[in-house]
Design a protein around this ligand. Structure first.
Ligand code: TXA
Ligand code: MG
Length: 323
């Protein structure tokens, strides 16, 4: 699979955005359903296609820091995060600039904006070619498992998307880590593709400088991101966590070596990064007949394991207590 788009594909995508349409694009985290972030109509069609509640704001994607500075107010700390981790799987929540051209629908009426610079070469090509920032949530129906391939996008949103660009499998496979920098203390709103250890290794002195930070980071007050519902990323079948072996009828999604009952294994070597990249794909594969449920091995809370456990816990939450 080539890692670059043709001039024709770039032209097609930009023309669709100019006409307030959506395009599904690969990123290094998951596929995004993308539209012009300054277009009320474009953004509204993202909400409509996903069946997403409008109180749940979207992430805005730009090619460069210069572009980011036009739409968000960066504190010195925010600039350090950007320098350390962009392009990459990190989203920063920052105040909107007063003159921001972004549609208010993007922020669901909040005075903040979630913004990131993706690293995927195809997304970079598109963002560099297009004149405006691009809003893109994951390209799945609201509450479904996020797509990590073009085929996943097609199976979740079908023919409704005018153009699905195929960039192969996403290398990270989990959504970006979201950090809120609008308060005195940085707060992780969603664990994701950039692991907390990596953040701490580089930003440690700053985070520890703030008294409450280390506990705040690990306890991740996930309710602050309006979209962090208790039930999310969910397969149709019930999920049972920390399972040693499957019950009759269940599929077994294993992790680590020595799993004779495994239907699929997230990583036979016990590597959480490999598990992250396979998680959504394997959940989709096992969410099918003849299985009646999915049992999942325990996953350690190290590195991307934090984000994997976050997604699994939400996916295992019964529908009637979702928010
Ligand atoms: O990796 C990713 O982040 C992918 C790719 C496509 O970039 N995008 C993604 O978007 O996961 P989405 O819409 O599925 O998740 C966006 C999350 C939601 O939980 C939303 O509530 C939160 O970001 N969010 C967006 N704007 C926010 C804001 N201003 N304040 C707090 N949370 C915000
Ligand atoms: Mg999503």
């Amino acid at each position: 699979m080539t890692n670059l788009l043709t001039a024709h594909q770039i032209h097609q995508a930009c023309e669709l955005w100019r006409h307030h349409e959506t395009v599904a694009v690969p990123t290094e985290t998951v596929y995004g359903l993308a539209a012009d972030a300054t277009s009320d109509q474009g953004v509204a069609s993202i909400f409509h296609m996903k069946g997403r509640p409008q109180f749940n704001p979207l992430i805005v994607h730009v090619a460069t820091l210069e572009k980011a500075l036009e739409i968000a107010v960066f504190s010195p700390l925010a600039l350090q995060y950007a320098a350390a981790f962009w392009p990459g799987p990190l989203t920063l929540v920052l105040p909107r600039t007063p003159q921001s051209p972004l549609s208010h629908l993007v922020s669901a009426g909040l005075d903040t904006v979630a913004i990131r610079i993706p690293a995927h070469p195809m997304t970079q090509q598109l963002l560099q070619a297009y004149e405006n920032p691009i809003a893109a949530p994951s390209a799945n129906r609201s509450n479904d498992i996020s797509p990590t391939s073009a085929a996943d996008v097609y199976s979740s949103l079908g023919k409704k998307v005018p153009l699905i660009l195929d960039g192969g499998s996403c290398s990270i496979g989990l959504e970006s880590t979201i950090i809120d920098l609008t308060e005195d203390v940085p707060v992780v709103l969603r664990p994701g593709g950039l692991c907390i250890e990596e953040l701490k290794a580089l930003m440690g002195s700053i985070m520890e400088h703030e008294q409450q930070t280390s506990s705040t980071v690990l306890k991740a007050p996930i309710f602050k991101a309006p979209g962090m519902m208790k039930r999310h990323y969910a397969p149709q079948r019930p999920l049972r966590l920390r399972a040693e072996r499957p019950y009759p009828g269940e599929a077994f999604l294993a992790f680590g070596p020595h799993h004779p009952y495994a239907d699929l294994n997230l990583s036979t070597t016990g590597c959480v990064r490999e598990a992250a990249a396979s998680l959504f794909r394997m959940m989709r594969q096992l969410d099918a007949p003849p299985f009646t449920g999915i049992a999942v091995s325990p996953i350690p809370m190290t590195g991307l394991g934090v984000a994997i456990n976050d997604r699994l816990t939400r996916a295992a939450t019964p529908a009637d207590i979702s928010s």
